[in-house]
Design a protein around this ligand. Structure first.
Ligand SMILES: NC(=O)c1ccc[n+]([C@@H]2O[C@H](COP(=O)([O-])OP(=O)(O)OC[C@H]3O[C@@H](n4cnc5c(N)ncnc54)[C@H](O)[C@@H]3O)[C@@H](O)[C@H]2O)c1
Length: 315
């Protein structure tokens, strides 16, 4: 039976993806190094859930130093979700972890994949951060990427490496540029997770800047659906797709929805805009709709409600 590798399988998105594949009866190898960018206890919990499936195998280690030749032997599909995420920590001393986990790790994987006999598809998790402050909103894939954070630079480099290995060695790669993903298991450094935790503690929500920034929020199950389509549809090979939630929302208005969901007014604490944060993001998903049949299913209110229930059960 064909095997599937999910890198970053203990992380937020990787764990949902691995679980979806396991539920479909696939044999999944999860790769993760459980680094401490955020509390590894979250990752251990995600991995424990996956390990309850008999068709799951966990490989704990850094992508850069694994024996990929052996690992890839019977593998048909790789979903490369592992990365150093987060915009703010990518300035200064932290940058080295970004180059290693985003650029070097991807290069090592691509080198091994180019010689892997059975590999049919590599799906790479890219990001809307490659666009920076794009002037065209919603942004389509042909816009020239201009990241405004070191994080965006490293993810763009990794995405471009995938393109190079596709052109030169025929690696069947598809890149998905995710727009702010949320839902249960969201990373604790991400806004909604922080907001809900702060509400539980009855403290004021930290809002970067004036709150008028807009985002295209994407519920995690929609991102998973896009990955599954990207792995199977022939016309997707060599392509890049925006994966967004389908609508652009002003942050301040999201806070009103959140107040509604938690059933009480929320206190806001405006703090200075973070360097590297794009002012607006909005995905033009027409290409994904056309080729991948992508159609976001989960509304922001519904998705936020699910995340709220999860955060309450967590703390
Ligand atoms: N969450 C978002 O909103 C978002 C938006 C755009 C793109 N992305 C991309 O989606 C992917 C998943 O993001 P996430 O939010 O789930 O992050 P996450 O940090 O929860 O998951 C990433 C996982 O990868 C692992 N990892 C990192 N480097 C590794 C290495 N060298 N070897 C082995 N394991 C390693 C980490 O331990 C972590 O568990 C990333 O590629 C990220 O850049 C996420």
């Amino acid at each position: 039976m064909a095997k599937i590798i999910v890198t970053g399988a203990a992380g937020f998105i990787g764990s949902h993806l691995a679980e979806a594949l396991l539920l479909q009866g696939e044999e999944v190898i999860g790769v993760d190094e459980f680094n401490d960018y955020y509390e590894p206890i979250f990752k251990r919990k995600n991995a424990a859930k996956l390990e309850s499936f008999p068709n799951f195998q966990l490989i704990e280690g850094d992508i850069q130093f694994l024996d990929w030749q052996t690992l890839l032997k019977e593998v048909e599909l790789v979903y490369h979700q592992a990365a150093q995420a987060g915009v703010r920590a990518s300035w200064g001393k932290g940058f080295r972890t970004y180059t290693e986990r985003n650029i070097n790790a991807t290069q090592v994987l691509l080198e091994a994949i180019k010689d892997a006999q059975n590999l049919k598809r590599l799906v790479f998790a890219s990001t809307s951060s490659v666009y920076g402050d794009a002037e065209t909103l919603p942004t389509h894939e042909e816009i020239i990427p201009l990241p405004v954070s070191p994080y965006g630079i490293t993810k763009l480099a990794a995405e471009r490496l995938c393109g190079l290995y596709h052109k030169n060695f025929g690696v069947p790669c598809v890149s998905l540029r995710y727009f702010t993903v949320y839902g249960p298991r969201q990373r604790p450094d991400m806004a909604f997770h922080k907001f809900f935790r702060t509400i539980l503690q009855d403290e004021a929500i930290p809002v970067y800047g004036d709150g008028q920034q807009t985002r295209d929020f994407t519920f995690v199950s929609d991102v998973i659906a896009a990955n599954l389509a990207a792995a199977t549809i022939p016309a997707a090979v060599g392509e890049i797709f925006n994966i967004g939630g389908g609508s652009r929302v002003v942050l301040a208005e999201v806070l009103d929805t959140i107040a509604d969901i938690v059933g009480k007014p929320i206190k806001r604490n405006h703090i200075e805009k973070a360097m590297g944060d794009a002012r607006h993001t909005a995905a033009d998903v027409s290409k994904a709709r056309k080729i991948l049949g992508y159609q976001p299913q989960v509304s922001l209110r519904e998705g936020l409600t699910q995340e709220w229930h999860w955060v309450k059960s967590l703390y």
